[in-house]
Design a protein around this ligand. Sequence first.
Ligand code: SF4
Ligand code: SF4
Length: 179
Amino acid sequence: MAVKVIERKPLSWAERTYLPQILSGLRITFRNMFKPKVTVEYPEERPPIPVGYRGVPTLVRDPEGREKCVSCQLCEFVCPPKAIRITPGEIPEESQYAHVEKAPKEFEIDMLRCIYCGLCQEVCPEEAIFLQNTYSVTGTSRAEFVNNKQKLYEIGGTLPDKHFKWEKKRRAAEHGNAH
Ligand code: SF4
Ligand code: SF4
């Protein structure tokens, strides 16, 4: 096999002083010094979160503090990496909503599996699960990355109820159509 030897061009006097490279670097630095800043001093400074951002999935309550999830498990079935685990349960007997709806006994989302796809939010018929703007997920053990029901409601909070499920149920009950 023929070997082609390529001769290296010798460095010029200026190149040997590194001055052209240093000046070129300084030119870039000065040019960017007067441009608007695109970085933030995280974590002291937090970046603005755009509308529609898909952060950590959370469970939400309606404006009256009622659980919206009815543990239908659609989100569990649709979740591509199987990050959701639900144990269905009942609303306690003493609640006025017992026998009207179900509620999850346990609800876990493994944030080491979640890929933030948003399918759980898309599929939920009760508008109970939302990917909100929490993006900083840290921990020192695998267990810390599994958000249980209590934590999911803590970070989810309350969102405006757009379809007024409980209102519809109350009206149906008043007209003898409760199921
Ligand atoms: S965002 Fe996607 S991956 Fe994460 S829990 Fe929801 S369906 Fe699963
Ligand atoms: S969050 Fe929505 S889809 Fe998932 S179990 Fe609850 S009601 Fe069903």
